[in-house]
Design a protein around this ligand. Structure first.
Ligand code: AHR
Length: 485
């Protein structure tokens, strides 16, 4: 039997709702025939957005949506996405999939999506192929008060007199790669130039996020932080991206490949600690809290319903549900260092929550995990840990938080071989003995949802008597809601 320790007096911090954020890029099928079906479509829609998806998305309380990329952002001209007549352009991704960008979804449509689902907006600014002046113009267009500037009047003419509320602007994307192949020092200087101009126009209403490292590239973080320390340019967070890359198939894997993917995703923990430590070293940890604005599994194309037509679309099995739960538990447990995270990507793409096409729209196991974890948003994280954590085969991952007299405990049993008996040991607080439980598990670890069988993987509910040991099925995720006395 394994003990899970829940130490109530040991508070870590508030779990920012933005940790439960999403990423929506103009790539493959994320928007077109995914989120967006068009206003004239026969598919039920709300001003062009797929109604079914909007309703399901609201249920998981999406806190923030990142847009328009990704790599797409670094060749995006915001002017293409406003007004009546919109140009068709090659996008960043056209060489990969031969598809052109229609610009049907632009600033106004995306902001409507945010409004429909109750999410904050996180825009990624192009810093590779536009000037700071053009960046300033986009912000002027979005955020200047009603009737105040020529661009505010143009916004009004396009149907939105009031300013848009853009909570966050990312200054570039992957500037070590697609975003200009810059060195960290060169990017830092570009950051300073753009951020100074951007901050000045937005009247301090938005927060600016500096573009960070690729996975474990700590040299990038070292150089960026050292450079930003020397400037008064405003900064409110530092991103990094980490994908659990896997050359093998999304659907066909053996037990070793189950464990290797889970072990790899758990290295997120060390990456957070090490990237964060550079800003601690420079006493910049408040300004440079981490924004993990792309994370998830990345398998070869072709496993999704479009059979490879939608670039990067992949299916999600119970293995991906476990990756989601392990990663979100890591973020909760490190909520003093992580201020935002955006799973990549929302629909028809890597590690997605929705698969859609034509009249079909289904949710993936990852969607269910986000729904099961939603009560952590804005709650107070407390110290939670289990035993045998060094061995991925024996690990039961945990995080716990408290809000409104309820302790939410989320667990992931990594073993794909054995059910595991666990005991939930509370310290420093009394609780009721019977807890409400949501459980996500499936007969086969390879199970996934399809257009024909959309509920193969779906959670069930039950109660646990937590005064005694309880059994967690192998390869499962559980949310336990404990009433505090
Ligand atoms: O999520 C797909 C791509 O992965 C993004 O555009 C890019 O930022 C990353 O390399």
């Amino acid at each position: 039997m394994k003990h899970i320790y829940l130490v109530y007096p040991d508070k870590i911090g508030t779990i920012a709702p933005e940790i439960y954020g999403h990423f929506t890029e103009h790539i493959g099928g994320v928007f077109y025939d995914g989120l967006w079906v068009g206003r004239d479509s026969k598919i039920p829609n709300i001003n062009g957005f797929r109604k079914d998806l909007i309703e399901k998305l609201k249920e998981i309380r999406p806190s923030v949506l990142r847009w328009p990329g990704g790599c797409f952002a670094e060749t995006y001209n915001w002017r293409d996405g406003i007004g009546e007549s919109r140009p068709v352009r090659p996008s960043w991704w056209t060489p990969n999939d031969g598809r052109y960008e229609s610009n049907e979804v632009g600033t106004h449509e995306f902001m409507e999506l945010c409004e429909l689902v109750g999410a904050k907006a996180y825009f990624a600014m192009n810093v590779t192929s536009i000037t700071p002046m053009q960046a300033r113009d986009w912000m002027d267009y979005c955020m200047s008060p009603r009737g105040s500037t020529t661009l505010a009047l143009e916004r009004e003419k396009n149907g939105h007199p009031e300013p848009f509320d853009i909570a966050y602007w990312g200054v570039g994307n992957e500037n070590w790669g697609g975003g200009g192949n810059m060195t960290a020092d060169y990017y830092a200087l570009e950051y300073r130039r753009f951020a100074t101009v951007m901050h000045n126009i937005c009247d301090k209403k938005s927060e600016l996020i500096a573009g960070g490292a690729n996975g474990g590239d700590y040299a990038w973080t070292h150089d960026l932080v050292a450079n930003l320390e020397k400037t008064s340019a405003p900064v409110h967070g530092m991103s990094f991206h980490f994908y659990t890359g896997n050359a093998k198939d999304a659907l066909n894997f053996d037990e070793d490949e189950w464990y290797s993917v889970l072990a790899k995703c758990c290295t997120m923990d060390e990456r957070i600690r090490r990237h964060h430590s550079y800003s601690v070293g420079k006493k910049m940890e408040d300004k440079l809290k981490l924004v993990v604005d792309e994370w998830g599994c990345w398998y070869p194309d072709g496993s999704g319903p479009s059979k490879g037509y939608n670039l990067f679309e992949q299916q999600s099995t119970m293995r991906d549900a476990l990756v989601s739960a392990l990663t979100l538990n890591i973020f909760n447990n490190q909520c003093d260092k992580v201020r935002m995270a955006n799973v990549a990507q929302l629909c028809n793409n890597l590690h997605c929550l929705f698969l859609a096409g034509g009249e079909h729209c289904i949710t993936t196991p990852t969607y269910h995990v986000f729904k099961m974890f939603r009560d952590h948003q804005g709650a107070e994280a407390i110290r939670a840990f289990g035993e045998d954590n060094d061995d991925i085969k024996k690990r039961v991952s945990v995080s716990a938080s408290v809000k409104d007299g309820i302790m939410t405990v989320t667990l992931a049993n990594c073993s794909c071989e054995e059910d595991t008996e666990i005991s939930l040991d509370l310290f420093g607080i009394q609780a009721e003995g019977t807890a409400e439980v949501e459980l996500l598990t499936s007969g086969d670890i390879h199970d996934y949802n399809t257009f024909d069988a959309p509920d193969t993987v779906a959670p069930t509910t039950c109660t646990w008597d937590i005064t005694k040991p309880v059994t967690m099925p192998r390869a499962s995720v559980a949310t336990v809601r404990i009433k505090l006395k």
